[in-house]
Design a binder for this molecule. Structure first.
Ligand SMILES: NC(=O)C1=CN([C@@H]2O[C@H](COP(=O)(O)OP(=O)(O)OC[C@H]3O[C@@H](n4cnc5c(N)ncnc54)[C@H](O)[C@@H]3O)[C@@H](O)[C@H]2O)C=CC1
Ligand SMILES: O=C(CO)COP(=O)(O)O
Length: 307
């Protein structure tokens, strides 16, 4: 059945998702700060409101939507991969706080928008506490080139997409320094262990991180020059400054902000995050890429798995 869908954020991801929904004959209205349509007009009578806004704009946009006319049945979908700098909340937690009586669905997976725009096949996950709402969103986007799975762990799905961005920066550094395939495999695998350690404390289920939105997105983003986060790391390794890199980067690299928020969480909740800490110190110019590598390689020896 045709749905009326408001998509907020007309960047790379919002535009790609709009095209996927339109290809399935849904009525899509796209909103951006620079566009001609008002937020009020875009969300009016929408059965689904999907946000693909960069993390830094989510709280303000959610508050603006709150002052618009929204049907009680409207499903909110969030596709942002980040953490709020002020509150450390995830985007779905922000939307759910502002709309406590609505269903909120997280959409996240190994989804480099450039490949999807080219019509290449991809899969994703839609996760919600409300299974029926996740199934509605599944139907909206599913097609022969975009396979959509449901999941009942929204925070886990969301954190998989968010935490891997920091590992993608580290992977870019690893490739930029030409450290080889063994080093990359070690980094991504220990990165997953670190993601699971953080994710469990933040309320996610371990098994979610072994799925598309966890391991799947980690593999895609850590291995593709199309990833903006990977590009940040790769170019840092080549000697550019973060300011120079961000000035020429097409779109948002959420891992930079996420890394700062994670350091705050690490201190507050006493979670060990060695890779995240080195990425943070590198972004803050406290270490060089080579020093960050040495710090990780020369940590105390330990069993692979410990409590
Ligand atoms: N591009 C991709 O391949 C994918 C991106 N994502 C996530 O989707 C989100 C958006 O990414 P992209 O579309 O690639 O970024 P982008 O930089 O291309 O677009 C960001 C959009 O957010 C809007 N925006 C930024 N700050 C705002 C504010 N303060 N108020 C209102 N609107 C604001 C911009 O105007 C733009 O429409 C990010 O969290 C990203 O991690 C998720 C999956 C794939
Ligand atoms: O999340 C993404 C792929 O799933 C996009 O990665 P970047 O934001 O690093 O480009």
């Amino acid at each position: 059945m045709t749905k009326t869908i408001a998509i907020l954020g007309a960047g790379a991801w919002g535009t790609t998702l709009a095209n996927l929904a339109r290809a399935n004959d849904h009525q899509v209205r796209l909103w951006s700060r620079q566009g001609d349509l008002s937020l009020e007009d875009v969300v009016k009578n929408a059965e689904i409101v999907l946000s693909a806004i960069s993390m830094k704009g989510v709280q303000d946009v959610a508050l603006s939507v709150k002052s618009c006319q929204i049907s009680p049945q409207t499903i909110f979908v969030t596709a942002t991969k980040g953490l709020d700098a002020k509150t450390t909340r995830t985007p779905s937690q922000i939307w759910q706080t502002e709309f406590p009586d609505h269903s909120v669905v997280v959409l996240s997976g190994p989804n480099l928008s450039e490949e999807i725009s080219q019509g290449l096949p991809a899969a994703t996950v839609v996760a919600s506490k409300n299974t029926a709402a996740a199934q509605v969103v599944q139907q909206v986007f599913s097609s022969g080139r975009f396979r959509v799975y449901t999941n009942s762990d929204p925070v886990g799905v969301e954190l998989g997409g968010t935490l891997k961005n920091v590992m993608a920066i580290a992977s870019g550094v690893c490739d930029g320094l030409h450290l080889g395939t063994n080093a990359k495999a070690a980094l991504v695998t220990r990165g997953l262990t670190e993601i699971i350690r953080i994710g469990k404390v933040l309320g996610a289920k371990t098994e979610t991180f072994y799925g598309l939105s966890g391991l799947g997105d980690l593999l895609a983003t850590c291995n593709s020059p199309l990833s903006r986060n990977y590009q940040v790391g790769y170019q840092l390794a080549s000697g550019k400054t973060l300011t120079e890199i961000l000035a020429s980067l097409p779109g948002t690299a959420e891992g930079v902000n996420t890394c700062q928020v994670l350091m705050q969480i690490s201190q507050e909740q006493n979670i060990t995050m060695p890779i995240t800490e080195q990425v943070y110190r590198l972004l803050e110019t406290q270490v060089t890429p080579k020093q960050a590598l040495d710090e990780l390689m020369l940590r105390d020896t330990k069993p692979e798995y410990h409590q």
